[in-house]
Each structure stands twice: as C-alpha cells, then as structure tokens.
Design a protein around this ligand. Structure first.
Ligand SMILES: [Zn+2]
Length: 144
C-alpha cells in the first residue's frame, strides 16, 4: 500500500510551495508524506468508513502547495487514490497486512462480544457466516 503514498509524494514533491517564515523546507515535505501515508493506512484498515479519501487527503495537503499547483495536486491525489482503491478491492487481505502487520479479520463481533477471527471475503469484509450483516448494512445505507 505504501507504494501509493510514496508515488503521490514523489509526484507532488517538486510542486511544494515555499515554506512559511520560520518553517523548515523539510517539514512540509514530511507533512505531505505523512498525510499520504495516513490516508493509505486508513484506506487499508478502515475503508468502509472512509467515504472520500481523495478529497480528504487533498484537503489536508493543499495548503502546502501554491495556487498554481492545486489542480495538479488534486489530479495526482485522485489518480493514485483510485489505483490504491482498486488494488485494495482486489486484495484487501494483503493491503491490510502491509500497513498493520496483522492479518485481516471479519468485521463482525461474535455473540460473546469478541471480534470474529475468520478471514473475510474481499467484497464486503465479512466472513461467510456473517454475510447477512453486510446486507443489513447495505439496507441501512440505502435508507439513510
Ligand atoms: Zn465473521
């Protein structure tokens, strides 16, 4: 997953604006890289509750870029977050492992109140015995 945050940062680094007075050049680079990484981490671990990742990341980092680069920044962010989402949809287990170091587990809680330990399906994050929860969730979202 970090290949996506690194790619965003690499594309954007040359466009970074001049630092404010008393602000080191390096710190803005660090902030942008860190924002890209945390977006990718959140995507991989919490993608069902992360509604607009590209917009969120753009909102976080746009202040570090001059007006003339805003369009470019937005395009780069959208392109790579889109790629990251596609990668994630194909292999959520590997993506989760890559950022958390732990295997991905079903999103459900068992009747005993513990997290379900089973391996989830790629398309909704629930294991086969908890598929019904995905349907309930879908209905609730549609109703909201
Ligand atoms: Zn389960």
């Amino acid at each position: 997953m970090y290949q996506f945050s690194r790619a965003i940062y690499r594309e954007l680094a040359p466009h970074l604006g001049d630092p404010g007075p008393g602000d080191a050049v390096l710190s803005n680079h660090m902030r942008v890289l860190r924002a890209c990484e945390s977006t990718v981490e959140r995507l991989a671990t919490d993608r069902y509750y992360f509604a607009k990742p590209a917009r969120t990341l753009f909102g976080e980092i746009r202040v570090y870029f001059p007006m003339s680069a805003q369009r470019r920044v937005y395009q780069v962010v959208c392109a790579y977050i889109g790629l990251a989402q596609r990668y994630l949809a194909q292999d959520p287990v590997a993506a989760y492992m890559a950022v958390s170091g732990k295997p991905l587990q079903c999103r459900a809680t068992t009747r005993k109140g513990e997290a379900c330990q089973r391996v989830p399906l790629a398309h909704n994050g629930y294991c086969p015995s908890h598929q019904h929860l995905a349907e309930t969730e879908h209905r609730e979202l549609a109703a909201a």
